[in-house]
Design a protein around this ligand. Structure first.
Ligand code: HEC
Ligand code: HEC
Ligand code: HEC
Ligand code: HEC
Length: 144
């Protein structure tokens, strides 16, 4: 399965399992997740906006990247985590849980006001920006 299929399947499986609540229905928040076994090595993600906001709602690193046991145990760091996302895979994955912005007008105003600016994650805000260009510093790949 390619990354997109995996990400989509993951989101679908999570939705089907009711493992989380949609952004607009907060009635039954899941138990908080635990990122400690990833933060041992990825301490820079402890306060990263996207990771922090999601784990507070029970959506941990492993919810999005898989349990990644082999990655965690590989001291030579050659085994990647179970699930990674290419740039084209980000939007469909996030939309699995966040269908649309509550106030699209505000987002368009933000896009226009900040167009061409580079965020701390190295991503540039533009017409074709994906979710992670504007949210968090949760990326490694620069804008292509
Ligand atoms: C034993 C240390 C260690 C642990 C534990 C660990 N990682 Fe990593 N991880 C690394 C190193 C080293 C890299 C490669 C350097 C980098 O990209 O920061 C990496 C890279 C990654 C990448 C980017 C891979 C790529 O090819 O772009 C992701 C995503 C990731 N880790 C997720 C996780 C998640 C999720 C967990 C917890 C389930 C985790 N890691 C636990 C050491 C670790
Ligand atoms: C809500 C889902 C989600 C959560 C939670 C999450 N990630 Fe990610 N992660 C992503 C996505 C999507 C990308 C790709 C973003 C992009 O490149 O635009 C990514 C990218 C990364 C990368 C860079 C990999 C690369 O080379 O592109 C690392 C490292 C990483 N995540 C580690 C973590 C760690 C550690 C945690 C927990 C502290 C975590 N992530 C929590 C979805 C998530
Ligand atoms: C498994 C479902 C799930 C996935 C996948 C997911 N999210 Fe979330 N996200 C949530 C939940 C639940 C919340 C908490 C909702 C709330 O507090 O309004 C949240 C919160 C957020 C927030 C904070 C909203 C606020 O009002 O403060 C942002 C921003 C966000 N997510 C962006 C993303 C992005 C970008 C991605 C893709 C990398 C993503 N999410 C993937 C479920 C998910
Ligand atoms: C051009 C920048 C930009 C892009 C691209 C973007 N967002 Fe946002 N997002 C914002 C801004 C700005 C807000 C605050 C809007 C407000 O105050 O009404 C926001 C708010 C949110 C919220 C909080 C709830 C809401 O609807 O206001 C979530 C969740 C979210 N975005 C998720 C996402 C996801 C998922 C994607 C990709 C499918 C995405 N965003 C793409 C700029 C962006």
């Amino acid at each position: 399965m390619n990354g997109l299929a995996r990400a989509t399947v993951l989101a679908a499986a999570l939705c089907a399992a009711g493992a989380f609540v949609g952004a607009q229905q907060e009635a039954v928040p899941p138990a908080p997740g635990d990122n400690s076994f990833c933060l041992v090595c990825h301490i820079n993600f402890a306060e990263e906006d996207l990771a922090a906001r999601h784990v507070a709602k029970g959506i941990a690193c492993t919810t999005c990247h898989g349990d990644s046991f082999d990655h965690r145990d590989d001291e030579s760091h050659r085994t990647p985590p179970d699930v990674l996302y290419g740039r084209a895979e980000v939007e469909p994955f996030c939309k699995g849980c966040h269908e649309a912005h509550k106030s699209p007008g505000n987002v368009e105003a933000y896009r226009l006001a900040h167009k061409g600016e580079t965020r701390p994650n190295g991503r540039t805000i533009r017409r074709t920006s994906v979710c992670t260009d504007c949210h968090g510093v949760h990326v490694v790949h620069p804008t292509k």
